[in-house]
Design a protein around this ligand. Structure first.
Ligand SMILES: Nc1ncnc2c1ncn2[C@@H]1O[C@H](COP(=O)(O)OP(=O)(O)OP(=O)(O)O)[C@@H](O)[C@H]1O
Ligand SMILES: [Mg+2]
Length: 355
């Protein structure tokens, strides 16, 4: 057995194989603190809510923190910001530990191989990811997994570019960051992140419209459609469109800049685009249009839209883990697994292999 774990600013997702299927377990990377009372505890126990008792009260975790935030008129806290552990949230690590334990579960065999994703250092923010990466690695190792860490962009390449021998550009447009890796035969030539993603859109639209970030985020997830010529200026949807356009332009500008600083091999590279913020209708076409209009230092061949953008990183981590497990000690990235159909099962998402 082997597992893949995507530790993201908004979602923590585990991928593993069950027979021919890939099963995803997912929780929001969030918690909410409540005053303790027996009534609350009884209620939480009955409704099978994920929570932990502390000296001063109770913390609800994951999806439940979000669900109950509206009921208790409180804000759900987030342990990560801009792709890494939030330094000004003292409970960030213990809360993430609990969510990771829930999503990952215990190893099913001795020294089960686990690949976890980590962001690459952002090129536009004064932060580095070393502490976050080491903390998450230590957390998984403590759970007795044979733990390895890969860049989030490389995980997208494992998930989406098997047909191209794991050569290409992998891009994950997430909540806190956008991660990019350029790889040749599964070897990263360049990895970096950009300090903007879905959270940045929520923040900017919230500032311009005066609406709470949570409201903007909900509208964005439910209704975003990009690329239309008639932008409805003055509305939330219009503002979301404007900032999505600015985000894509910014990602491509930084990609162009970073590529100009390296000497890539003279081959054509396919580009795979994944991550929750790439889900809106029109995102992929707009991204492709802007990318092809830019005279990049590399030749772009095919553009590949991840079939399941939210689960692509976890799936890529699983493929890396399974490859490592199959050839213990060998370099990952030489085998491919093709998964094509999807169904939802009891809160888990299952991606099956077509026979
Ligand atoms: N249908 C949708 N339309 C637009 N945005 C969406 C949709 N679904 C999710 N998102 C956005 O995708 C982001 C979450 O994506 P993802 O899970 O890939 O990020 P993450 O891995 O948690 O973050 P990061 O990689 O930056 O640490 C959020 O900003 C969320 O609002
Ligand atoms: Mg991510």
């Amino acid at each position: 057995m082997a597992k893949g774990l995507d530790i993201g600013t908004m979602n923590i997702i585990c991928a593993e194989k069950e027979g021919e299927d890939v099963v995803f377990m997912q929780q929001r990377n969030a918690f909410m603190e409540l005053e303790s009372s027996d009534l609350t505890k009884t209620m939480l126990d009955t409704s099978k809510v994920l929570y932990v008792e502390e000296d001063n009260g109770i913390s609800l975790l994951g999806e439940d923190a979000f669900r109950f935030a509206t009921i208790f008129e409180k804000e759900a806290k987030r342990p990560m910001k801009r792709g890494i552990i939030c330094s000004d949230e003292k409970n960030a690590i213990p809360m993430m530990k609990l969510i990771v334990e829930r999503v990952l579960g215990t190893p099913k065999s001795q020294a089960e191989v686990l690949y976890i994703s980590s962001p690459a250092d952002p090129i536009d923010l004064d932060i580095n990811v070393l502490y976050h990466r080491k903390t998450m690695e230590a957390l998984a190792k403590k759970m007795k997994y044979d733990t390895h860490v890969i860049d989030e962009g490389l995980a997208v390449i494992y998930s989406e570019l098997a047909d191209y021998n794991f050569t290409g550009l992998g891009i994950s447009v997430g909540a806190g960051l956008t991660n990019v890796t350029l790889a040749y035969l599964a070897t990263p030539l360049m990895s970096f992140s950009i300090g903007k993603g879905g959270d940045w859109i929520d923040e900017q639209v919230s500032k311009t419209t005066g609406l709470p970030k949570e409201h903007v985020c909900a509208t964005k997830e439910a209704e975003s459609k990009l690329g239309s010529k008639d932008v409805d200026f003055g509305s939330v949807k219009g503002a979301i469109t404007v900032y999505y356009d600015a985000l894509i332009t910014y990602i491509i500008k930084n990609l162009d800049k970073r590529l100009s600083e390296i000497a890539p091999p003279k081959v054509s590279f396919p580009v795979a685009v994944a991550g929750g913020s790439s889900i809106p209708k029109g995102f992929f076409d707009l991204f492709e249009k802007k990318l092809r209009e830019t005279k990049l230092k590399i030749d772009i061949s095919n553009m590949i839209r991840a079939k399941d953008p939210l689960h692509s990183v976890a799936r890529g981590c699983l493929i890396a883990a399974r490859t490592q497990e199959a050839g213990k000690g060998k370099k990952v990235g030489t085998t491919a697994t093709a998964t094509t159909t999807q169904k939802k099962a009891h809160g888990k998402t299952t991606t099956g292999k077509k026979k």
